[in-house]
Design a protein around this ligand. Structure first.
Ligand code: ATP
Length: 261
């Protein structure tokens, strides 16, 4: 999609699920080049918002624009060249190898009768390498562990080579080393000109890779801004209804919940 800027803009966006109002009147621009993390309690509407930003689900009220175009008016293939969406659950209903799955990220660039090219294979192989999956490339998805499956979905997203990565709980099921690896990948993606909106449950991940955060409250309220301004112990304690402290070591901030025994 040729365009000067590929910002994602929410204009007066409200989300409703089964007659319950979740997020209210979101007016916010996700600028190209930024990395956002969306935080909030279970059920506040984080996944719903991400699926609306991906164009998968329509919003109840308001508009989402990509650059200056209403998201729903952009044809699916062009949208898929700009926005890659990782849903919360990995669903693999049919027999498929890891490589086949990762190559599916190349579909937006292929015509109906196109066979995967050497170029597609090279991109998929690179994504597999980045996520330590090369030795599993010929394995059927049904034989993978949960974390391996998650990394396969992430590799498919990377091979889509989009400007925006919309990631719903990308760290889920990953062990600590692979979480660290993914944070490095996110940093490299940003250096490469890609932008990220990730849903998660760990404020320290936002601290590690995000430039901005969107905090969503259980009453549909929201607060958005830079990590430095908005990701604070006071704001996190408020949205999670739990006391959270900020600790600092070697100039780095970490958020720790005050667990009572
Ligand atoms: N298809 C559906 N039918 C009815 N209610 C739904 C449906 N999908 C989502 N909901 C409800 O909408 C609310 C928001 O769901 P959503 O998955 O967006 O929350 P979330 O913030 O991502 O939560 P979590 O942190 O648990 O993943 C929840 O209360 C959920 O039960």
């Amino acid at each position: 999609m040729a365009s000067v800027n590929l910002n994602i803009t929410c204009e007066n966006l409200s989300l409703i699920q089964h007659q319950r109002c979740l997020l209210r009147s979101l007016n916010l621009t996700f600028h190209e080049g930024e990395a956002w993390m969306i935080l909030g309690e279970n059920g506040v509407g984080k996944s719903t918002l991400l699926s609306v930003l991906a164009g998968w689900q329509a919003s109840a009220f308001g508009v989402v624009k990509l650059a200056d175009q209403v998201l729903h008016q952009i044809n699916g293939k062009d949208r898929a060249k700009t926005l890659a969406w990782l849903p919360q659950q990995d669903e693999y209903p049919f027999p498929e190898t890891v490589m086949e799955r990762v190559l599916s990220g190349r579909h937006p660039y292929q015509s109906k009768w196109h066979l995967d090219s050497e170029f597609d294979y090279a991109i998929a192989t690179d994504a597999l390498k980045k996520l330590d999956l090369l030795p599993l490339k010929n394995q059927d998805l049904s034989t993978l562990s949960g974390g391996e499956r998650r990394r396969t979905s992430l590799a498919a997203i990377l091979s889509q080579q989009t400007k925006w990565l919309l990631l719903d709980e990308p760290m889920s099921q990953l062990d600590i080393r692979h979480q660290q690896q993914l944070i490095s990948i996110f940093r490299a993606c940003r250096e490469n000109g890609q932008s990220i909106i990730a849903v998660g449950h760990e404020p320290n991940h936002a601290q590690a890779f995000a430039s901005h955060v969107l905090l969503i409250g259980t009453d549909g309220s929201w607060q958005a801004g830079s990590v430095e301004e908005v990701l604070t112990a006071a704001n996190l304690s408020k949205i999670y209804h739990t006391e959270i402290e900020a600790w600092e070591k070697n100039g780095e901030r970490r958020f720790v919940p005050c667990l009572s025994r």
